[in-house]
Design a protein around this ligand. Sequence first.
Ligand SMILES: [Cu+2]
Length: 157
Amino acid sequence: MLKKILLLAALLLPACFAQAHEYAKGQLSIAHPWSMELPPNAPTVAAYFVISNKGPDSDRLLSVDSPIAGTAQLHEHVTKDGLMKMQQVETVDVSAGGTVTFAPMAYHVMLLDLKDRSKLTNGQTFPLTLHFEKAGDVTVQVMVQKQAPDDTPAHAH
Ligand SMILES: [Cu+2]
């Protein structure tokens, strides 16, 4: 019974209200950066977010970095010979008026050579800086969660 009430309360709350965090720089906005909580010995950690470009000009994500990792790469998921795998990409284009979703099984930031695991548990956040060709640098706080946000990958905002 209690569970039902809690579920109902959760449904009545707009999903974004409880955990919305969004960053803006120039024409760009970066919505809800998050990462899945992993076992403490996980060799790599992935980060996800949604980039929206509200302006008339295209932009490009050139690279990312985080103080918690020695290396941060941009990755994509591809299907090759019937196998799903991920591979590094040089840059990610964000077209004028476009949206690029970083999500499991899609584009993602891969953090390797982890230096500080203290922020990698549920409810914590860690900084991630995105370097854009035109908008410049945007530092966001990545929220570590046990589960993917309900509205992944298509975030209404
Ligand atoms: Cu990856």
